[in-house]
Design a protein around this ligand. Structure first.
Ligand code: 4AD
Ligand code: MG
Length: 491
């Protein structure tokens, strides 16, 4: 990120990023970092993570003991003292003419898994503890860092309160039953009730609990006190989806606003996404340029038809410069029914008519083929959405819809899911009974509708899907440091 050079602590060494921008030629400097490569017993490419770029340190090998030279290996941590000079070679502006090299931490080149060559993303996923030392992952996690800061900045500038919803809950916010249970009971021999069921009264919390799937319900409580709040934290879904878009542990941003109707909700979501993408472009120009080139390189191996029309930077700017297309679910179904892949039976799941749940192939058709820009779909059928969404009056054909909104992005599909909430107690209770959610467990939530209920709205942004879009990566496992997916919780 671009920022003033503020040292947190006086160190004897200077960060590589600062030196790469410096013009203090001749100045004596100390650098510390990890060796990316060591060529000809002379040229160290050194990286300390402050920049995706390395600094070159030129070793005076004639005056450096062999015992040191042979320990300058890929992955080793070294300290280099020397003078900053204008670089003789091409590829870099400055370099360090070393007068003294010392080893801080050795790295056995026979065993170090990261060789100075191109590794596949699949291989790097297996060594996620070390992949952070590569240029690609340095760039990705710098963009991730900038985006998370931008999210706070956006909301703080608008006077939203950052509200911490609990990680362990007794409720299923989405009503989809995809929860990880939290228990300290003995799995082999749990206490049983008289009718032979596991007795969760004996459990740690005295009831059955799980990891949260969403902070929304608690967010609603807070919105009815502060007016505008947001949560930003990890959420957990035990859905067995092995796709490039799903994680079992992912981060979600969930703003919730009292006195907001669906239109206001959509405006806020669109503003937020544009703001944070703009911030990342401004703060991480080098990282995004690097990722743009990575993607161009990757796409070279694909047939022309599958390559992106826009490069990463163009794609991000395109989102900033264009209004998201807004239409209803009903209008989208009409487009899909008339679409070529539906008529020619190319969709895996054919759209037969109103009421169909949209699969990612349909969402991607709308966004990538039909509108060619982000799309906000609203007013979905009540039956395919969560219980808490505000119900519309039935339409002329008696069809029931809810004030839902999903934001679909090119290459990603669903980036945001949200709605106006049902603020009417009776309607909410009826809907809960219809879908089998017990009101007794939710009295605290229902109190918002009993005491000073107001129209309110909110949405959830899947943070990793946002990072995917901003980095041009294609697998969600590559934009979170340690991905959790079915059958995988390494590190
Ligand atoms: O659409 P979802 O399930 O909505 C909610 O959880 C609401 N409670 C949000 C709200 O209104 N406050 O999830 C929201 C977003 C999705 O649009 C998607 O981007 C992301 O979270 N998401 C996932 N991301 C990664 N892996 C998964 N398994 C995800 N499930 C949802
Ligand atoms: Mg959703």
């Amino acid at each position: 990120m671009k920022k003033e050079n503020i040292s947190i602590k006086k160190m004897e060494h200077t960060r590589i990023k600062e030196l790469l921008q410096s013009e203090d030629f001749g100045k004596e400097v100390i650098v510390k970092g990890w060796v990316r490569t060591f060529r000809n017993n002379q040229f160290i490419a050194l990286n300390d993570g402050s920049s995706i770029n390395n600094i070159q340190a030129v070793v005076d090998f004639e005056n450096t003991p062999d015992s040191i030279l042979k320990r300058i290996t890929t992955g080793a941590a070294v300290r280099v003292k020397g003078n900053l000079i204008e670089s003789q070679g091409k590829g870099q502006r400055v370099e360090v003419k070393a007068t003294e090299v010392s080893i801080i931490g050795d790295s056995d080149p026979e065993k170090y898994p990261l060789q100075p060559k191109k590794h596949s993303l699949e291989f790097l996923r297996e060594i996620a503890h070390l992949r952070v030392r590569t240029g690609t992952f340095n760039a990705i996690f710098k963009v991730r860092n900038a985006l998370s800061f931008a999210i706070h900045k956006f909301f703080q500038e608008r006077d939203f309160v950052y509200f911490h919803s609990p990680i362990i809950t007794g409720s299923d916010a989405e009503g989809a039953g995809e929860m990880f249970r939290v228990t300290t009971l003995d799995p082999i021999n749990p206490p049983l009730t008289e009718d032979g069921k596991v007795d969760f009264k004996e459990d740690f919390f005295g009831k059955s609990t799980n990891l949260t799937v969403s902070g929304q319900l608690e967010g609603e409580l807070a919105a009815l006190a502060f007016s505008n709040i947001y949560t930003f934290g990890p959420t957990f879904r035990a859905e067995n989806s092995n796709t490039t878009r799903h994680l079992a542990e992912f981060w979600m941003i969930e703003p919730e606003m009292a006195f907001y109707e669906l239109e206001d909700n959509m405006d806020l979501a669109e503003d937020l996404l544009k703001y944070v993408i703009k911030y990342a472009l401004e703060q991480c120009p080098e990282e995004i340029e690097f990722l743009k080139n990575r993607l161009l390189e990757e796409e070279k191996s694909k047939p022309q038809a599958e390559r992106s029309e826009l490069n990463l930077v163009e794609k991000l700017n395109f989102v900033l410069e264009n209004n998201f297309e807004r239409l209803t679910y009903t209008e989208a179904i009409e487009i899909l029914l008339r679409s070529k892949p539906n008529q020619k039976k190319q969709f895996k799941y054919l759209i037969e008519g109103w009421g169909a749940d949209l699969q990612s192939e349909h969402e991607r058709y709308l966004v990538e083929k039909h509108f060619k820009k982000p799309v906000i779909l609203t007013d979905y059928p009540r039956e395919i959405k969560s219980f808490y969404m505000k119900q519309n009056q039935p339409d002329a054909q008696g069809r029931h819809t809810v004030r839902a909104m999903d934001i679909l992005f090119p290459g990603i599909g669903e980036m945001v899911g949200g709605s106006q909430r049902e603020e009417n107690l009776e309607k909410l209770l009826t809907r809960m009974a219809e879908v089998g959610i017990e009101a007794e467990e939710m009295e605290w939530f229902l109190d918002t509708r009993r005491f000073g209920s107001v129209p309110h709205s909110g949405f959830g942004v899947g943070f990793e899907r946002l990072v995917l879009f901003a980095t041009g990566m294609t697998n969600i496992r590559d934009v979170i440091p340690f991905p959790r997916t079915p059958k995988n919780a390494e590190f």
